[in-house]
Ligand binder design. Structure first.
Ligand code: PDD
Length: 287
């Protein structure tokens, strides 16, 4: 099946889709992105993704390229062109193409917009969730503005690679004070022995995950108590359960941290219940 990518107004064969060598996304990681889940032929939580995309753009003073309505038309068309029923949609917006110079181009150039969509077998995620994943911890060596969903992800890539080489699926960043910030591409959570959910506040040091935001509602609906505070790797190891969240992983149980079992070393009931309940609280827009 041929794959299609959207680049600045054109729907191109994936193999030939490209941006210019002097695109600032390529030169400086001067770009932001979103990853939106596609499930059962629907975009999941597009409004929350638009809100965060616009915030990221605003924080970096990149122009919002088009209206949400126009963006949605392209998102649906890209997903449909790639026949994605379950999977994800990727959006990237860079400051645009300009002669290489660190300062912003003047006059401003048109932002570059790229979208791709890919299928991901749901059964794979479910099988992994039944097993749970291992995580390792690494020092958080990222810049301070990780609240912005920028494509500047080199520390995240290095952390994820370290996890892979250690036989784990995710790496949790740990700040200078010894607290977990978040995963390389996920938010981090624990469930205490008395059943409270703990996750770091989203004001500082982490990306405010859309899955995290929605899950706070789900937890509320299920009558769970949530504490938004930082936790240490030691607390995670001593917790009843741990899990990660992202649009790609959904709620994914964590069964060990740095080789030490969490709880009984198996996916916990709270994480699995939250995974099960999650989509009842999402916005869904048919493709
Ligand atoms: N990552 N923290 C980081 C550093 C992330 O990169 C992500 C998402 C999250 C979770 O955000 P959300 O729930 O909105 O997916 C937290 C995406 C999926 C990625 O980079 O592929």
């Amino acid at each position: 099946m041929s794959r299609i990518a959207y680049v600045n107004g054109q729907y191109l064969p994936h193999a030939n889709a490209a941006v210019h060598v002097e695109d600032r996304g390529f030169q400086f990681a001067d770009a932001v992105y979103e990853v939106c889940e596609i499930r059962d032929g629907c975009l999941v939580d597009p409004t929350l993704h638009f809100e965060r995309l616009e915030r990221s753009l605003r924080e970096l003073r990149i122009a919002v390229p088009t209206s949400r309505a126009a963006m949605l038309v392209v998102m649906r068309r890209v997903a449909r062109a790639n026949r994605v029923h379950d999977g994800s949609l990727y959006i990237q917006v860079s400051r645009g193409r300009a002669r290489r110079d660190h300062v912003f181009p003047t006059p401003a150039v048109r932002p570059t917009v790229v979208m791709t969509a890919k299928s991901v077998a749901r059964a794979k995620g479910e099988a992994l969730a039944e097993q749970g994943i291992r995580v390792i911890t690494v020092p958080d060596n990222r810049w301070e503005r990780v609240d912005i969903k920028s494509v500047s992800l080199l520390p995240n890539c290095l952390a994820k690679q370290a996890a892979k080489e250690a036989g784990a699926k995710e790496a949790w960043f740990v700040d200078a004070d010894g607290f977990v910030t978040e995963g390389s591409s996920t938010n981090a959570w624990i469930v205490t022995r008395d059943g409270r959910l703990v996750t770091r506040p989203a004001e500082f040091g982490i990306l405010r995950g859309i899955t995290r935001t929605v899950l706070l509602d789900v937890a509320d609906r299920l009558g769970l108590i949530v504490e938004e505070r930082a936790f240490t790797p030691a607390e995670a190891k001593a917790a009843a359960e741990a899990f990660i969240t992202a649009a790609t992983t959904l709620v994914m149980p964590v069964v060990s941290v740095d080789g030490d079992a969490v709880g009984d070393g198996r996916p916990g009931p709270t994480a699995l219940a939250l995974r099960q309940a999650f989509h009842a609280s999402t916005e869904r827009v048919p493709l």
